[in-house]
Write a protein that binds this ligand. Structure first.
Ligand SMILES: [Zn+2]
Length: 67
C-alpha cells in the first residue's frame, strides 16, 4: 500500500540560464544549476532595470476629460 516510489526519485531540472539539465538535489542555487548561473540571472535583471529609460506605463486610462 505504498506509493509508486515517488519519494526518492531524482528530480531533473533545466537551468533557465545555460539550459543544462541537472539534479535538483545537487544544486545549491535552485532553480539554477549553480550559484554561477544565479549570478548571471541577477546580472541580467539589474541590467534590464538600469537599461530601461522609463518605467512602463501603468494602467492610467481612466482619465476622462468630461466636464
Ligand atoms: Zn546553469
Amino acid at each position: 500500500m505504498s506509493g509508486s516510489g515517488s519519494g526518492n526519485a531524482p528530480r531533473w531540472m533545466t537551468c533557465p540560464i545555460c539550459q543544462r539539465q541537472f539534479l535538483a538535489s545537487e544544486s545549491e542555487a535552485l532553480p539554477f544549476c549553480s550559484s554561477r548561473c544565479r549570478l548571471v540571472d541577477l546580472g541580467r535583471w539589474l541590467d534590464e532595470r538600469y537599461g530601461l529609460p522609463m518605467p512602463p506605463e501603468e494602467a492610467s486610462e481612466e482619465e476622462t476629460d468630461e466636464p
